[in-house]
Design a protein around this ligand. Structure first.
Ligand SMILES: [Fe+2]
Length: 261
């Protein structure tokens, strides 16, 4: 299968969390994603205080969904990993248990309120264990909204930033849209993902946000955020496009140098 758009964050597995409630809706989400141009999609059930993460059940449901959805897109496994104390201890003990497709990239979700210094220490611990934390939707988090210096600070630690595609296009309200556009304009976004939950709201689509990025910035950046970078994440490779950070360390000209800030 050639690689089109790659969605690294989607609650598509049925009956596990607040995402797809049934296999029928999960298949509908797969169809919707494929029709929107997605060829690879990472199923990322929550691991938090409300929903337990059960790898055996998740693998069985992935197989069942893949068989039902056919070869219109490939479904992989990851986790929407909440940064609770218990979760972090378990991830430090079993670094690849929650990561995207068993690689180094780990989606991490922050609490609505968190202590900046403690979170930095946790991110350092995850990095020391060989994981690359993918900060999920900082544009929707009040602490990140109030502290614009946080995203670049965490990127310096080796984290990368994932913004929800539909935040850019306004589905999460004006504050999230402003914050997402600000991250985009400061070249602090590495990847866009749908964080899809159903076929009726929070849809598993990336193309509208890619169009937004193409119009506000350019087509190459749009492709990097919905295809090139997430394809590298599922393959556990270094990101081909690194905003900021990389422009200070790379001597290469071309795409990166145009995003110098
Ligand atoms: Fe999520």
């Amino acid at each position: 299968m050639t690689t089109g758009n790659v969605d690294i964050h989607c609650h598509i597995l049925p009956g596990l969390d607040d995402g797809a409630p049934s296999m029928e809706i999960a298949v509908g989400m797969a169809r919707m994603a494929a029709e929107d141009g997605t060829t690879h999609l990472v199923a990322t059930p929550h691991a938090n205080f409300q929903f337990r993460y059960d790898p055996t059940r998740i693998a069985a449901l992935r197989d069942e969904l893949q068989a039902a959805a056919g070869d219109q897109l490939q479904i992989l496994i990851g986790c929407d990993f909440h940064l609770s104390y218990e979760n972090v201890q378990d991830a430090l003990a079993h670094p690849r248990k929650y990561s995207v497709n068993g690689g180094r990239y780990l989606l991490v979700e922050f609490a609505e309120m968190f202590n900046i210094a403690s979170m930095e220490a946790i991110l350092r611990q995850l990095r020391e264990q060989g994981l690359i934390p993918v900060l999920t939707h900082p544009e929707r988090n009040p602490v990140f909204q109030q502290h614009p210096e946080l995203a670049p600070r965490y990127i310096e630690l080796g984290c990368i930033v994932q913004v929800t595609a539909s935040s850019l296009t306004g589905d999460f309200g004006k504050q999230a849209a402003r914050s997402a556009a600000d991250l985009l304009d400061r070249n602090l976004i590495h990847v866009l993902a749908s964080d899809g939950h159903s076929t009726r709201h929070r849809l598993p689509r990336l193309s509208e946000a890619a169009q937004f990025v193409a119009e506000r910035k350019d087509v190459q950046l749009a492709r990097a955020l919905v295809s090139d970078n997430p394809a590298a994440i599922i393959a556990d490779r270094p990101l081909p496009y690194r905003p900021n950070g990389a422009v200070r360390t790379s001597r290469k000209k071309g795409l990166w140098s145009r995003f110098r800030s």
